[in-house]
Design a protein around this ligand. Structure first.
Ligand SMILES: *[C@@H]1O[C@H](CO)[C@@H](O)[C@H](O)[C@H]1NC(C)=O
Length: 248
């Protein structure tokens, strides 16, 4: 009888430590850091079928960080909203990246142009990238830590607003500053820029003069829809550091 109890206790201890281990392997976190001199309101949009995290958005003051735990196999995108004002009901608007005028985006996406950080967790490895396919509003970088695999840096550190061609510029309300830079797809809606219609394949949708400007400024970010080879990164078992304005 006594040996039986001991046996049972050992089984429980075994299960307990396995759960601990299992937990440490699957609980991926993203630490968001705002190195900009202005506040950023991160937006978090799950891919369809995945849970909404932190109600989809929050305010991140300069020099502050926020640790966001991801659920296992979570997939979605994060972006930074800039120039926001919200009332006490969480309603208002943002100069860039606005999600229907809500502080808590609640699963809705941001209005382009906005720099996107995309991440997909899977059992074997995580996929992550920074995308300018929907345009650019502020610099973002993703750095994995404590992961196994290639785990390369992804991001767009340059201030593309400074180099944005006139036809792609989004200006502040007083017109004095460029606050975001549209993708050519967004600005001109042409299949050649959007990789749609007969350009809907990697073989037919090639870099353009516009996407090249993005690529030269930000070699480690997606400059157009089929820009895969140099843009998507993989890593296993890592946590991630997402920095707004990483150059500061
Ligand atoms: C958030 O989105 C869900 C699903 O679309 C909806 O049912 C819910 O009412 C929304 N919550 C708020 C506070 O808007």
């Amino acid at each position: 009888m006594e040996t039986m109890q001991l046996h049972t206790i050992f089984i429980f201890i075994f299960i307990f430590f396995n759960l601990l281990h299992f937990h440490s392997v699957t609980a991926t976190t993203i630490v968001l850091i705002n190195k900009c001199t202005h506040p950023v309101w991160p937006g978090v949009q799950p891919t369809s079928g995945h849970p909404v995290l932190v109600r989809g958005g929050f305010k991140l003051p300069p020099r502050k960080s926020y640790t966001l735990p991801l659920s296992p196999s979570w997939s979605g995108r994060l972006w930074g909203r800039v120039g926001c004002t919200f009332n006490s009901f969480g309603r208002g608007n943002c100069a860039t990246g606005d999600c229907g005028g809500l502080l808590f985006c609640n699963g809705t996406g941001g209005t382009p142009p906005a720099t996107l950080a995309e991440i997909t967790l899977t059992a074997n490895q995580d996929f992550y990238d920074v995308s300018l396919v929907d345009g650019y509003n502020l610099p973002i970088s993703i750095i994995p830590f404590k992961g196994k695999g290639k785990c390369t840096y992804a991001g767009c550190v340059s201030d593309l607003n400074m180099m944005c061609p006139v036809g792609l510029q989004v200006r502040s309300r007083d017109r004095r500053r460029v606050v975001a830079c549209k993708s050519a797809c967004l600005a001109f809606k042409a299949p050649r820029f959007c990789c749609t219609g007969k350009y809907g394949k990697p073989q037919t949708c090639k870099p353009t003069a516009y996407s090249r400007i993005f690529k030269v400024a930000c070699p480690r970010a997606y400059s157009y829809a089929y820009d895969d080879a140099t843009s998507v990164s993989t890593c296993t078992g890592a946590n991630y550091l997402l920095t707004f304005c990483p150059h500061r």
